[in-house]
Design a protein around this ligand. Sequence first.
Ligand code: 0RA
Length: 645
Amino acid sequence: MSTSNQTDSYDVDQIQVLEGLEAVRKRPGMYIGTTGPRGLHHLVYEVVDNSIDEALAGFCSHIENDINEDGSVSVTDDGRGIPTDIHPKTNKSALETVLTVLHAGGKFGGGGYKVSGGLHGVGISVVNALSEWVDATVWRKGNIHTQRYERGRAVTPLEAKPDADHSTGTSISFMPDNTIFTETTNFEYNLLSNRLRELAYLNAGVKITFSDRRVTPHRIETYCYEGGIREYVTYMTRDKETLHPDIIYVEGEKKGVQLEVALQWCIDAYSDTILGFANNIRTVDGGTHLEGLKTVLTRTLNSVARKRNKIKENESNLAGENVREGLTAVISVKVPEPEFEGQTKTKLGNSEVRGIVDSLVGEVLNEYLDFNPQVGDTIIEKALQAFRAAEAARRARELVRRKSVLESSLLPGKLADCSSRDPSESEIYLVEGDSAGGSAKQGRDRRFQAILPLRGKILNIEKTDDAKIYKNNEIQSLITALGLGIKGEEFDPSQLRYHNIVIMTDADVDGSHIRTLLLTFFYRYQRALVEQGYIYIACPPLYKLERGKNHSYCYSDQDLQEKIAQFPANANYHIQRFKGLGEMMPVQLWDTTMNPETRRMKRIEIEDAAEADRIFTILMGDRVAPRREFIETHGPRLNLTELDV
Ligand code: 0RA
């Protein structure tokens, strides 16, 4: 009786197994999200996760990943090896169970919990189901065990041969099934290497190697970080100036939740970069671990600031974003039963994690700031600066807003407006200096061309300070003249008073400087203007070339040389070099630079403005090293304007 029962239940198990893997093949999306490239790469992560778990359990120190010549992938570790003994009830080895029974993996988690979760953690059987073939090799107890599977089914019995080498480990090789992954079965090196590097940062001391054997010579990389997420933060801040010498590091465990946090504030950073992970999965949409971290940072730094009388009794607290200004951080939690929320399942939902992070980080951070008072002071000082800047920016914004509400019809006095009220045919020239402004006013077609003279030196905006920018008179004139809103407000093209915004500056160092400032302003404060192609640079000529009664204008040195080369050898000619726009007669300015029929203009692309922003940061920033480097590489050309045609 009992024997036949066993047989029955075995058959039933067999049927369930086949139905399970058949379900995976029928609806792969349910298990791996997509059958596109993302899902394909998922297969690798799924297999690697099992080896990572073995490493986290303390039994594995090296995981080797290979893209083989035929495009298959092998993941090999030096762990204990997946058990190969036959279970009397199912008549199957643990290996075969893990590979063929949906969700069986967790049961073999070695007593602890399986760390992989969320997107991954569906189990290695899913990889088996979606592979044309899988070759499993286990080194264990002096034997080498092998078994082959095709589309989820074992096609050979588990074979054991004595192994002279008594080391242990597991190797899983698989070829993705091209009838499932119809789009592509081609693994992308960079995608895999990024994830493997990330895993090495997240699991300190685990050595991960990665090779691509599809290319000759083979490409091989090794990732191993003894410092774990601390090294990750060091890497992310490599180009920045740190505010404290050591990374602040928190490690702990509470109620089965493991936590690691690495924090580094930098002087020359004005936003924050915080990467969150739960069970080795990047939680792009945040969640309770990040909430806990943000809360405890804000509370701890406010309390220290009050204790040290940096914030007076009647003053308000620092806001979270003030405290985080300049912070680079990685937080990694390992949760026994993770709940992943949201459309993409990349937000950690476990509510108990919030308090655990709060209390573990709070303890360490308080102690750290007690022992390193000067570090605490500099962090608080930076947060206070951020706070004051935000306050000033808010007041300045209100000022601008009030102005534009109360005096909406009151355009800046310096603006020589055009008569047209149709923005689509109107142009505004932003001109450097009053004298060039004068020429432009006389030379323009007042019907559709407006002129706004700006004083370059006054425009010189320091650093990244919003408040100063809004207080700047020239910027306020510019904002009102254009009819623009302010930073952060959505761009409303119907408010824009001119559809061509033309920056017209001298072709010298100062001119190029002002152009950089203006482009940076547009890039930071109303990027949509650049993106939607409203910004132009006027191209005034550098020379007037006269020969007899004829004359022409040259827009570059090369242009000049070419024109001269066409003259007979003995020709008499005269070259006039324009040192600035102010030197041109109004009619010359019209003919050469402003007349839509004959002028040249360069429309600014977003990359130009981004480059201006980068140059601006380097030229204006506090840091000497990149500035020197920049001047050394770009110095001689800077005069000739990085951004011109
Ligand atoms: C559970 C128990 C044991 C090994 C493993 C899991 C294991 C699984 C995988 C998956 C990939 N590599 C792996 N390495 C090990 C063995 C327990 C024992 O030997 O006592």
